[in-house]
Design a protein around this ligand. Structure first.
Ligand code: NAP
Length: 305
């Protein structure tokens, strides 16, 4: 079994930053990434709030730059999902794509996956009108009517993106106030083909093999009405994927990993960074910051071995 000082799980901004810092400190590093490096920024059209890019930068461009930052550094990469982490500090074993890897410390940077609405046939209609990625699927709905559900930054940003492609965008939110940034809301209010439907939830999906519309329900009156749309983009937040980690790892009520300010978890030798952590602010920049802190803490931790 191949041995490393550090195993970094997840190749988003947190994981790439952590791997970069550890490699620069002469630690041997394995970076396991399920898909392509970049994490959620790959699903973002343009990042407007990443310092250094005053005109914004495309998500895929930033992801490429992050990944390129590891070129030339002694970071080994493995592609696949990590199924389990067992053992203890100095002697962890992780399984990734049927291979076992030994490591002294583990940095969990796996981010979070999108939450679903939990509606009947939501899974069946996935890719047939229902989507969780406007950047991936928006192009299929050129000139058509689509709905976006959610009131956070993701919903607002993606509604703006879709407004450039779709004929009409209905932004459906369960309250009358948005939690996303005001600058985005102002832009949406100034966009002709965006219609906001507030205090409303999606109660039903219509269509057997393709989405043909929705039933909307007003949360106060309970009144229901149909809305004809070809596409539904769901942006109702994210949930962590931590099932592969030891049960004794402390999580908050929503399942996000609890850490101290140095990204240490309650298990010595396991650190967590980025969106997988229990915290207020989930941004590419804070994920990268967490990754740097976790790497520094892991480096100090490794000195005992
Ligand atoms: P979020 O901030 O957690 O917002 C989720 C939204 O979905 C909330 O408005 C919530 O309503 C609504 N919601 C939750 N469950 C629902 C349900 N079952 N039915 C209908 N609506 C539901 O999630 P997010 O927008 O994906 O953002 C996640 C994190 O990434 C945030 O920290 C966000 O700031 C960050 N982010 C930042 C940027 C940026 O800075 N450019 C871009 C994207 C994301 P309530 O408001 O009523 O709870």
């Amino acid at each position: 079994m191949k041995q490393y000082d550090a195993l970094v799980i997840g190749g988003g901004p947190a994981g790439i930053t952590a791997a970069m810092y550890l490699a620069r400190s002469a630690c041997s590093v394995l970076l396991c990434e399920q898909l392509t490096p970049g994490g959620q920024i790959l699903m973002t059209d343009t990042l407007e709030n990443y310092p250094g890019y005053p005109k914004g930068i495309k998500g895929y461009e930033l992801a490429d730059l992050f990944s390129a930052h590891l070129d030339g550094l002694p970071v080994e990469r493995a592609t696949g999902a990590v199924d389990s982490v067992t053992g203890e500090a100095g002697n962890f074993v992780a399984r990734c794509d049927k291979q076992e890897y030994g490591c002294k410390t583990v940095l969990v940077c796996t981010g979070a996956r999108h939450r679903t609405l939990g509606l009947d046939r939501e899974a069946t209609l996935l890719g047939r009108g229902v989507s969780y990625c406007a950047l991936c699927d928006g192009n299929f709905f050129r000139g058509q009517a689509v709905a976006v559900v959610g009131g956070g930054n993701s919903a607002l940003e993606e509604a703006l993106y879709l407004a450039k492609l779709a004929g009409k965008v209905y932004l459906i939110h369960r309250r009358d106030a948005f939690r996303g940034a005001k600058i985005l809301l102002d832009r949406l209010n100034g966009t002709d083909n965006v219609v906001m439907i507030l205090d409303t939830v999606v109660a039903k999906l219509h269509g057997e093999t393709e989405l043909t519309g929705l039933t909307l329900r007003n949360v106060h009156s309970g009144e229901e009405r149909p809305l004809a749309v070809e596409g539904l983009f769901v942006y109702v937040g994210f949930e962590p994927a931590t099932g592969f980690l030891p049960a004794v790892l402390e999580r908050d009520a929503r399942g996000f990993i609890l850490t101290d300010t140095e990204m240490r978890t309650n298990i010595p030798g396991i650190f967590a960074a980025g969106d997988i952590r229990s915290k207020l602010c989930r941004q590419a920049i804070t994920a990268a910051g967490d990754g740097a802190t976790a790497a520094q803490a892991a480096f100090i931790f490794l000195e005992q071995f």
